[in-house]
Every structure is written in C-alpha cells, then in structure tokens.
Design a protein around this ligand. Structure first.
Ligand code: PFF
Length: 448
C-alpha cells in the first residue's frame, strides 16, 4: 500500500481547495432557492445549526481518516479496518457517478458562458432556448469540453493543479458574486428579493421536513460522502489543525451560499420574475433577468464565469479521489491515470449528456438516465457513504483513533472530546438514517 507523494503547498492552499470543492452548483442553484422556499432566514439558521452540529465534524472525520491513512480512500479505509476496503470503492463509485451528472451541468454552464461572451444574451434569454439546447447533440460537445478542462487541471497535480486553480478561481468567484449582488441590490424594487431571502418564517423551526432538507444540503454542500474530503485530507501536513480548518471551510461555504442568494433574488424580483429552483432558475429565468437589465451582458458574463469557476473546482475534487486510487492501484503516473480515466469517462458520459435528447428513450422507472443517476447519487450513495465513514471512524477506529488524529496525537487540546466522539458515533448516523427513512418510506409504502 503506497502512500501519497504529494501535499498541499500550504495550509491556506488546502483551505482554498477545500472551500472551492464545497462551493459548487449546490450552493449556486440549490441553496438560494431552498432558503426562499423553506422559511427564509429561518432556513439559514437551521442550516447553520446543522453545519455546526454535523457538518463541521463530518468534514473533520473525512479529513482525519484521509490524513491518518495517507493514501487513497480505499486503502485509507483499510488502515482503519482491514475489512472496510470494499466500502471505499462504494465512495469511488459514488464520486464517478456524480461526475457523470456534474460534467453535463458543467457543459451547459460552459455553453451559456460562450453564448453570453459572444454577445448572444438576447438569443438565450427565451423560454424555449434551454430545452432545445439540452436536447441537442451540442450538449455532448460542451460536456466533453468541460470534462477535458477538469481532467487537465487534475493532471497537473495536487499543488500545481488543483490547489493553484482552486485558489485563483475561488477568489475571483467571490469578487464576481459581490459585483453581481451589488448590481442586483441597486435596482429599484430589490427589496422584495431581500424579503424573500431573509423574512423568517418561525413555523419552519417546527417543521421536520425543513430540518431534513437542511441536513441533506449540509452534507451535499460540504462534499461529504464521496471520498473527496478523505482524499483532500491525505495531502494535509501532520501539524495542520483539522478541526479549525473544518470550521473555516464550513462557515466560508455558508457565507458564499448566502452571497449567492443576494446575487440572484434582488435582481429577480426587481425584474418581476418569480423564483424557481434548479436548472430552470439558472438557465431560463436568470438570462431573462439579465436581458432586461441595463449592462445585462456584463453582469450575465460575470455571473456565469463565477458559476463556471464554482462548478469546475468542485468537479476537479470529484475526480481527484478516483485518480488517486488509480495511481496507487495500478502504479500509474498521475498523467497516465488521468488520461485513462478521461477516456473511460468520455465513453460512459455520452448517454448521460444526451439523456434529454437522443437517449431520452432510455428510462428506468420512467426517469431518464440523467434523473436516475441524480436520484441514485443524491438520495442513496451520498448519505450511505457518509454513514459508512462516520461509523468507521467513530466505532471501528481503535483506541478512539479519531480523537487522536484530530488532536494531532494529543498535542492539541480539543473542546469536549468525548462529546465530539459521541456526535460522530450517534448523532450524525442517526440524522442520516432519519433522512433516508423519510425519503424512502413513502416510496416503499406506495409500492406495496
Ligand atoms: N459541494 C459541491 C456542490 O455543492 O456543488 C460539489 C459536490 C461534490 C456535490 C460532491 C456533491 C457531491 F457528492
């Protein structure tokens, strides 16, 4: 079992790469909408509580397992328990399947960026443009370009590729989103959007569904359950303070997501649109909003560049665990591992990129391949893998090994270590089991 040869060049670089992985399409199109439709600022408070209760420690667990293992996710799991090796492969499978979806979305973003950058805002800002593009073969070409760009960054290495690009793109993303938010806030009638985002609905606190939605979002937005943070942890120097960096990463992700809300909703309401979630918001409503704004092209380009940076730095983090595994397993150089993975991905990705068009006839339970994979990863593999890693670290790591790693072999003083351990052992697994139960209970009952 060989160990990692590469490391982050600095603690700052590690933080930047980790934040860049966390802040992705989940923060851009999922979070703002979830806030608006689940009790406004009440949702932000609930999400914050969950980030504190389970997100920070979930992230610490993955980083600690990775640093302790000092190798790819499969062998790191095996170091904690020899029989856990195959569980690491489930994390890798999850990461691979997430990438198949993420790269299609990334391709769409890249296509819009190209259109906006070539002054075609008016062409894309129609309600039918998106669906006809999504169904066309062109979607495949843009997905291929996005995949190649992602692989190219990963191929450059941990410090010279992932860390370097994540740092630059993260900083630019932050600046661009602030720019777009200021523009939106300066529009007349922006206040309706601020109210939508921030007006607290006190009944949200007693609504279990909202708590569950926020838990799912907390796990997703911190890139947990895909071996990503285990792999990123394996490049962390022994003296780094993992708990502290998890805290910084979690709060930065939260702040970025809230900023995203301010970049979207004030402008949306000011222009007389009503909010919706997901792809429709990003690819249909927002171009129409920008098209109505003076200087719209500039702000649309700024917004889509930011979205592209958020998407590609997350995509890079989804690929890295697999590349790291291939390098160790088959004793390959980084370049060879990345090229092999690129070829496999491009073949398997074709039906997913064309799932809304040519391959729309390929369905499982009435869902096309894209939506099937989305459900499989989001509702099954992500919670399952997070459950596996916390149970492994909490119950199977000998001599309270998680606390030993987190405290840098007892050289750091942890706040309430026993409480921390029991959160990992009981609270996080229980919360995940409840979410999965609530998701599947109605499906199982209705199938009977
Ligand atoms: N955390 C990122 C996002 O919210 O978009 C990227 C991500 C990575 C999402 C891995 C999901 C995942 F399984």
């Amino acid at each position: 079992m060989s160990s990692q040869k590469e490391q982050w060049s600095s603690n700052f670089g590690f933080l930047m790469a980790t934040i860049a992985s966390a802040v992705g399409l989940g923060s851009i199109w999922k979070f703002p909408y979830l806030v608006g439709s689940n009790g406004g600022s009440a949702f932000i408070i609930i999400y914050t509580i969950l980030i504190i209760l389970i997100g920070i420690l979930g992230l610490s667990v993955e980083n600690s397992v990775g640093r302790f293992g000092g190798t790819n996710v499969v062998d790191s799991y095996a170091k904690i328990h020899p029989k856990a090796k195959w569980l690491g492969t489930i994390a890798l499978l999850g990461a691979f399947l997430v990438f198949l979806i993420y790269s299609v979305l990334g391709g769409w973003v890249l296509h819009y960026l190209f259109k906006l950058g070539t002054f075609q805002l008016q062409n894309v800002a129609t309600s039918t443009y998106f669906s006809s593009f999504m169904q066309s073969d062109e979607a495949l070409i843009w997905q291929i370009l996005f995949t190649l760009a992602t692989m190219w960054i990963v191929g450059q290495g941990v410090a010279k590729g992932i860390e370097k690009y994540s740092t630059v793109m993260n900083i630019l993303l932050f600046a661009l989103i602030i720019l777009v938010a200021i523009r939106g806030l300066s529009l007349p009638n922006a206040k309706a959007g601020i109210d939508f985002l921030l007006k607290p609905d006190p009944s949200a606190f007693s609504n279990p569904k909202i708590w569950l939605t926020a838990t799912g979002q907390a796990l997703f937005s911190l890139s947990l359950g895909m071996g990503i943070m285990v792999t990123y942890g394996s490049y962390v120097p022994k003296q780094s303070k993992i708990l502290k960096s998890s805290l910084i990463v979690s709060f930065s992700t939260l702040i970025m997501a809230i900023l995203m809300g301010f970049a979207i909703f004030p402008a949306l309401f000011a222009m007389g649109f009503s909010p919706e979630g997901g792809a429709g918001l990003l690819f249909i409503v927002l171009p129409e909003v920008f098209a109505k704004m003076s200087g719209g092209t500039i702000f649309a380009v700024a917004f889509f560049v930011a979205t592209f940076f958020a998407a590609i730095t997350s995509a890079v983090s989804i690929i890295e665990p697999i590349v790291s595994y291939l390098m160790h397993k088959f004793n390959l150089s980084r370049k060879k591992a990345t090229i092999s993975l690129t070829l496999i991905t491009l073949v398997l990705n074709t039906p997913i990129a064309l799932a809304h068009g040519r391959f729309s006839g390929w369905t499982i339970n009435g869902k096309n391949l894209f939506n099937t994979l989305d459900f499989l990863t989001d509702s099954i593999l992500l919670p399952l893998n997070t459950l596996i890693v916390v149970i492994l670290a909490g119950w199977f790591w000998k001599k309270r090994g998680f606390l030993t790693e987190l405290s840098n072999q007892h050289s750091l003083k942890l706040p309430y270590p026993t409480v921390l351990l029991w959160i990992v052992r009981i609270l996080i697994p229980l919360t995940i089991l409840i979410i999965v139960g609530v998701t599947f209970y109605p499906i199982i009952v209705s199938a009977k």
